[in-house]
Ligand binder design. Structure first.
Ligand SMILES: [Zn+2]
Length: 289
């Protein structure tokens, strides 16, 4: 069901004009926009970063490995899902991976910046894309699965986002989340990306449970690369006015291949039931009863 952004009424029609108060969301750059005042500038993320990201992520071991892990999580925990919403879909690289793996799944993607949606629209053949503030999701009992991949750490009121995700998920459905982990890994990369926090595992679990979900699986990932990552992040502790966050993504082809095969091994271990206690990121899967 849809939820009116003005009067809060729940309604179920094709369009977006509220059946109770007549309110209709604006269009921004051709996308239905539920938070148009945030579509171009927000303190959450540098919109221009998308342009660099879109050219790097398809080849980069980290994005490719994260896609494999997300697709595995959907296959393993939500094999019956018919609808999927990604919050903060960025340039659509994850949705693109999901579209390849699950051709029958109906896909929605939301992003606070419409510039991200332009890249996503080029990549995807059938996803419905719209602009939205994750703190105010205009759906109730609508999606089998909602995903947010490295999104929550950008948002001050992450508890509010999780509560909204709970409302928008169908009973029997659930969520898949990834977030950066370990406060001691904080570096310029986090400052540059406007992260509000890196999570502690228990912190994420508690917040997800407070929203009403039941956690069904949680593991760290980028665990086998943690020593390497820690070294790289320690070097970034020295203030550098010319810091370029994409430098970490631009690595040689052979190094990229080695790192990707290590993360492939890691995914295999996770698939076999091993949960890593520490790692650069956290994966959490939770269900709504
Ligand atoms: Zn209304």
């Amino acid at each position: 069901m849809k939820v009116c952004g003005m009067c809060g009424k729940h309604f179920e029609i094709l369009g977006w004009t509220c059946t109770s108060c007549g309110h209709a969301p604006k269009l921004v750059d051709g996308y239905v926009a539920f938070a148009p005042q945030l579509a171009e500038a927000s303190d959450g993320f540098e919109a221009r970063f998308f342009t660099k990201l879109a050219t790097l992520e398809a080849e980069n071991f980290w994005f490719r490995s994260r896609n494999r892990l997300i697709i595995w999580a959907l296959q393993r925990y939500f094999p019956q899902a018919k609808s999927f919403l990604e919050i903060g879909c960025g340039t659509g690289f994850v949705l693109w991976g999901i579209e390849q793996a699950f051709p029958k799944l109906r896909l929605w993607g939301s992003e606070i910046f419409t510039i991200g949606l332009d890249f996503a629209a080029q990549r995807l053949s059938k996803a419905e894309l719209f602009q939205m503030d994750a703190c105010k999701i205009p759906f109730a009992n609508e999606f089998d699965v909602i995903g947010a991949f490295d999104v929550l750490e950008h948002i001050k009121e992450d508890g509010k986002v999780l509560a909204q995700m709970y409302q928008a998920t169908k009973p029997g459905g659930g969520i898949v989340l990834t977030v950066p982990q370990h406060r001691w890994l904080w570096s310029q990369a986090d400052d540059y990306a406007h992260h509000v926090r890196r999570y502690h595992a228990q912190e994420l679990k508690t917040k997800v449970e407070c929203a009403g979900f039941t956690v069904v699986r949680m593991t760290s990932f980028v665990s086998l690369l943690l020593p390497l990552m820690a070294l790289s992040r320690l070097q970034q502790r020295k203030p550098n006015p010319n810091y370029d966050a994409t430098s970490e993504l631009r690595i040689s082809g052979w190094m990229n291949a080695i790192l990707e095969s290590i993360l492939y091994l890691e995914k295999t271990m996770i698939r076999l039931g091993f949960s890593f206690p520490a790692g650069g990121s956290l994966l959490l899967i939770a269900s709504r009863s």
